[in-house]
Ligand binder design. Structure first.
Ligand code: QUE
Length: 351
């Protein structure tokens, strides 16, 4: 029996196509996939026969559910090097996509979370579909919204990125378009046509050729619920501390605010505090500095408690009852937050 490759690469016309191919694991990104993507993107960048790159997920459920954090979890428990190498190479790949000189189109139908957002948001075009479900849910697993979250989340309209980061809210196509996380909506049944049309297009014209094709296929994603919530989000998530935000949510009295507070009360207190600090700092940093900060944070999380407990509760035992430590926001002191931003000396992320 031959083993299925975890990523498939092909070229049709001037269109280079990536298919994330671990459908049973929601195409969660392994280090092997990161390495394969990095070397292929580097090669395609120099290849004059490639006019644009498109990335999609295999199967019916996901574009990409995130990093293969289960493997990182095992490595962390057993002293393996994956806790260092995975984030290091994943963030470098995010940067390659951010700096890519050719159109980079992601078909983000179905589940697109965490690391999956990192493979799509930094490209030039994101095409949402009918089953798009996009989130940065890391505060639920004792992590923080990485893969460039410090760059793109504080740059979303108003406080919407802060709300997404803290709650892990799940967005549909209309919401993604509203916030600029998606550039186009194309009905899912026409996503195969997106590939066919781009493969047949004269991509020598670059982004305008891609733009024309996507615009022709684009449809109406319908009304965005977030659009009607934007004023609430901007008002209730404006606080400088997580405690301030929770206080505003409790004081509001409405159902939506109460639901948001209930969500936050299940998230890792440490994750929420470092996430708010991360976005506040990220708003003023350039892209590379954002990733370097995130790498410091990732390594501090690997040394801590909540990541192991979060993965245990959500992906290993699946009891969804994490016992966070510290368990309460007020126990997460400034020194603990600051530790997540400390320099790493020889181990810093370098480009
Ligand atoms: C929050 C997350 C992730 C998550 C669930 C959360 C995440 C992630 C996965 C995931 C899903 C399926 C897999 C896998 C990992 O789930 O980042 O290996 O097969 O990667 O609530 O941040």
């Amino acid at each position: 029996m031959t083993e299925e490759p975890e990523v498939l690469f092909e070229q049709r016309g001037a269109l280079a196509i990536i298919t994330l191919n671990r459908p049973k694991s929601l195409n969660a990104l392994t280090l092997g996939m990161v390495r394969a993507l990095q070397s292929r993107l580097d090669a395609w960048a120099e290849d004059p026969s490639v006019g644009a790159v498109l990335i999609q997920g295999a199967g019916e459920k996901a574009f990409c559910a995130g990093g293969d954090v289960r493997a990182v979890w095992y490595a962390g428990k057993e002293g393996g090097s994956l806790t260092r190498e995975f984030f290091y190479e994943e963030y470098r790949l995010n940067r390659t996509i951010h700096r890519y000189r050719k159109p980079f189109i992601a078909l983000i139908d179905k589940v697109c979370m965490g690391g999956g957002v990192g493979l799509s948001i930094h490209g030039s075009h994101r095409v949402a579909g009918d089953r798009t479900l996009l989130a940065m849910p890391e505060t639920a697993i004792g992590l923080f919204p990485d893969v460039g979250g410090s760059w793109f989340l504080p740059r979303l309209p108003g406080r919407s990125g802060y709300w997404m980061a803290l709650t892990g809210a799940r967005l549909n196509a209309a919401d993604c378009l509203e916030l600029g996380l998606a550039t186009h909506y194309v009905p899912s049944e026409r996503h195969a046509e997106v590939i066919e049309r781009l493969a047949a297009a004269d991509l020598g014209a670059g982004a305008p050729a891609v733009e024309a094709t996507l615009s022709e296929l684009a449809g109406d994603a319908g009304a965005s619920e977030i659009k009607s919530r934007r004023a609430d989000i901007d008002r209730l998530f404006a606080g400088e501390t997580v405690e301030d935000i929770l206080e505003a949510l409790h004081a509001d009295g409405g159902d939506w605010a109460r639901e948001q507070a209930e969500i936050l009360e299940t998230r890792s207190p440490t994750s929420m505090k470092i996430t708010l600090e991360q976005l506040t700092r990220g708003a003023k940093l350039d892209f590379d500095a954002c990733l370097q900060m995130e790498y410091r944070m990732s390594q501090a999380c690997m040394e801590g408690h909540d990541f192991y407990e979060g993965i245990r509760a959500v992906l290993v035992d699946k009891d969804h009852k994490p016992q966070w430590k510290p368990a309460r926001l007020e126990e997460v002191d400034e020194a603990l937050v600051e530790r997540h931003f400390a320099p790493l000396g020889e181990r810093e992320l370098r480009f």
